[in-house]
Design a protein around this ligand. Structure first.
Ligand SMILES: [Mg+2]
Length: 294
C-alpha cells in the first residue's frame, strides 16, 4: 500500500511541533513501546525532554498491569520511572469509586492486577449477584461465560455498571488483543443497559487525574498517543495539544477518514523535537547527575 504523506492529508507542510511544552504525557502501548521494545526514537526523546527539565508522565488505558509493573518495565527498557509518573485506568477507577462508592462490593470482569488494586483500596470483590453494588467491565483475557452470567444477574438486580476503558483492542507485536470494549458490549447486549461511565481516556476523570499529577494548566501540556478516539480525543476534551504518532493503532489513512483532529502528526515519537529549533545544545556534560529531573 502506498503511504500517503501528512502534507497530502492535511494541506499543511509540517505537522511537527516547533515549540516546547512544560508537560509531556505519553501513551504506552503503540506510542512509547510495543511489546517489550521501546519504539524507535522514543527512549532518546523522552530522556532529552527530561534533560531539558520537562515533566514526563505516562498514561495508559491498559489495566492488565500494576503501576509498579509499568514503572519497572520502563526502567528496564532504559527510562528510569517511578510509580508516581504512571497513571492508568485502574488508578482512575480506584479514585472514581472511592469518591462515589467507598467500600462498595464489586464484581470485576478484569485481570488480577486490577482486582488487586481495587481490593487494596478497600473494595470487596464478590460473585454473589444480589450483593454486588457495581459491575466493572475491563480488559479481561480470562473472560468466561460464568463472568457474563454474574454480570448479567448483578446488573439486572440493580448493580451499577462502569468500565475501566473503552478500547476495542490493544496493539501487540504482530496484531492486537480484544480489549474492554468487547466486554462492555457483551454486558450491554444481554442486559440492554448502557455502561454508566468509562473512566479511562478520553474521560474527564482521566483528565482530572493527569492534570492533578502534573500540576500544570492543560495549555502547557501535550498528549502524545497512537489512538485518535482515546489519546487525541482526550487532548481535545482537555484543551491541550494532541500529538498523534503513526507507530501504533492509527495509520495515515485512518487519520484522513476521522473527524478527530490532532494538533500534530508525528511519523515517530522523535518528531516531537525534530522541528524545535530553540533547544540549547549543551556544550558540556551537565554538572549535576540525575537524568530524571522530575
Ligand atoms: Mg496506545
Amino acid at each position: 500500500m502506498r503511504m500517503m504523506t501528512t502534507q497530502k492529508l492535511t494541506g499543511h507542510s509540517d505537522l511537527r511541533p516547533a515549540r516546547l511544552y512544560d508537560g509531556y504525557i505519553f501513551d504506552l502501548d503503540g506510542t512509547t513501546y510495543l511489546g517489550d521494545r521501546l519504539l524507535p526514537t522514543a527512549g532518546e526523546t523522552i530522556r532529552r525532554l527530561r534533560d531539558l527539565g520537562k515533566r514526563t508522565v505516562f498514561l495508559s488505558n491498559n489495566p492488565t498491569h500494576t503501576r509498579a509493573e509499568y514503572a519497572a518495565r520502563l526502567t528496564r527498557l532504559g527510562l528510569p520511572t517511578t510509580i508516581d509518573e504512571i497513571i492508568h485506568s485502574s488508578l482512575v477507577m480506584v479514585n472514581f469509586l472511592q469518591r462515589r462508592m467507598p467500600g462498595a462490593r464489586l464484581f470485576v470482569a478484569g485481570e488480577e492486577p486490577l482486582k488487586a488494586e481495587l481490593a487494596a483500596a478497600g473494595f470487596t470483590l464478590s460473585e454473589e449477584p444480589g450483593r454486588i453494588d457495581a459491575v466493572i467491565a475491563s480488559f479481561d483475557r480470562t473472560f468466561t461465560y460464568h463472568k457474563l452470567q454474574v454480570a448479567f444477574d448483578a446488573i439486572r438486580a440493580g448493580a451499577r455498571f462502569f468500565a475501566t476503558n473503552g478500547d476495542r483492542y490493544c496493539p501487540v507485536p504482530g496484531g492486537g488483543q480484544p480489549d474492554a470494549a468487547s466486554i462492555i458490549a457483551a454486558f450491554e447486549a444481554c442486559t440492554a443497559t448502557q455502561v454508566e461511565a468509562v473512566v479511562g481516556k478520553p474521560s474527564r476523570y482521566t483528565i482530572e487525574a493527569i492534570l492533578d499529577l502534573l500540576r500544570l494548566p492543560a495549555e502547557r501540556c501535550v498528549m502524545t498517543g497512537d489512538r485518535l478516539e482515546t489519546d487525541i480525543a482526550m487532548a481535545v476534551n482537555a484543551g491541550m495539544a494532541g500529538a498523534l504518532v503513526l507507530t501504533g493503532a492509527t495509520s495515515a489513512e485512518m487519520l484522513a477518514a476521522s473527524s478527530v483532529r490532532p494538533t500534530y502528526v508525528l511519523p515517530q515519537l522523535g518528531d516531537l523535537l525534530s522541528n524545535v529549533t530553540d533547544i540549547a545544545t549543551p556544550v558540556a556534560p551537565p554538572a549535576k547527575s540525575g537524568e530524571n529531573t522530575i
